[in-house]
Design a binder for this molecule. Structure first.
Ligand SMILES: Cc1cc2nc3c(=O)[nH]c(=O)nc-3n(C[C@H](O)[C@H](O)[C@H](O)COP(=O)(O)O)c2cc1C
Length: 322
């Protein structure tokens, strides 16, 4: 047990990151049942849609799960906070915006609040605002990304040095080696997006999973840098068209339309790769199979434990020779 597993009331320090509009009840429940923390990604969904998924998740698991609210993405933030309170969701993760205004009411109702950050400055601000855990997300992560471009390997130890609250590492973790490395960097858990897409329970189109199996790390590219709207996606034909449009000076408004949730759902759920895009982190190059969530989580824990034992043995050897 560490502070993260205690706060989240879960056996393993593994969080499935919210995936707006597409990470549904089946995936969230499977992760929670496997000993991690599943998350419903609210994205731009209405309160009614999210409420339906909350009820479905509760039918599938009695274990804790989280709701992710992307503050500047969702048009329904207040309604979603009310839903979290009404349905007694124990953990709320707040991303893509300032979490401070929402933390007091969540604490009044006993919620654990995770704040997703990409810099030390924002980690300190989230801590000051009362967040219980900061999730430090590096630039290798899938989906909407920070213009700071700090990688997980550099961001996590810097954040861990500065804040007193527990840190969770996100971005680039795909197996037990990554989990062990994150713990060594000072994190007390990991948040994973991309690797959970290539699992049996993930509700995504098969072509998404197949593309991930085929991808190497360099296939997870950044779009929107010239507009300050950074997103990491697989380099599909549709994405190449967006890159061309960006080169030709596409407006922010048109870029927003091309990368809207409609096109996200078309790619991820409908498998329409001519009109839809697929969020992916650089960890795609590490994905070679489609296990069940339980198999993946158990393998991660076993590998991480072995890695940490090897680390301890090596340290003992070095200490002896000195
Ligand atoms: C398909 C997809 C959608 C995502 N949507 C969101 C979101 O709505 N809100 C959010 O905070 N993070 C979102 N993320 C980021 C994940 O929650 C997680 O932090 C990230 O994927 C971790 O990096 P990794 O992909 O290298 O594992 C998304 C990731 C993916 C793969």
């Amino acid at each position: 047990m560490n502070r993260v597993t205690k706060l989240l009331n879960i056996p393993y320090p593994i969080i499935q990151g919210g995936m707006g509009n597409i990470s549904n009840a089946k995936l969230a429940a499977a992760v929670s049942e496997a000993g991690g923390l599943g998350t419903i990604g609210c994205g731009t969904m209405s309160g009614e849609q999210v409420e339906r998924i909350i009820l479905q998740t509760k039918d599938l698991t009695s274990k804790p799960f989280a709701l992710n609210i992307a503050i500047n993405v969702s048009p329904h933030v207040e309604q979603l906070i009310d839903l979290a309170i009404k349905h007694d969701i124990p953990v709320i993760s707040l991303s893509a915006g300032n979490p401070a205004p929402f933390i007091p009411v969540l604490h009044e109702h006993g919620k654990v609040v995770l704040a997703i950050v990409a810099s030390v400055k924002h980690a300190l601000k989230a801590e000051e605002a009362g967040a219980d855990i900061v999730v430090a997300e590096g630039y290798e992560a899938a989906g909407i990304n920070s213009p700071y471009e700090l990688t997980t390997f550099t961001l996590v130890p810097q954040v861990a040095q500065k804040v007193k609250i527990p840190v969770v590492a996100a971005g680039g973790v795909g197996d037990g080696n990554g989990l062990a490395a994150a713990l060594m960097l000072g994190a007390e858990g990991v948040q994973i997006g991309t690797r959970f897409i290539a699992t049996k329970e993930a509700p995504f189109h098969n072509s998404y999973k197949e593309q991930l199996l085929e991808a190497s790390g360099t296939d997870a590219v950044i779009i929107g840098r010239s507009l300050g709207r950074i997103r990491r996606v697989l380099n599909t034909t549709y994405v190449q068209e967006i890159v061309e449009q960006e080169k030709n000076g596409v407006s922010l408004q048109d870029f927003g339309k091309l990368t809207s949730e409609k096109h996200h759902v078309l790619g991820a759920i409908k498998g329409d790769l001519r009109q839809g895009f697929l969020n992916s982190g650089q960890v795609a190059g590490l994905i070679h199979d489609i296990p069940s969530v339980k198999e993946l989580v158990e393998d991660m824990m076993k590998t991480a434990n072995n890695r940490m034992k090897i680390g301890a043995t090596l340290l003992a050897l070095v200490t002896q020779t000195n």
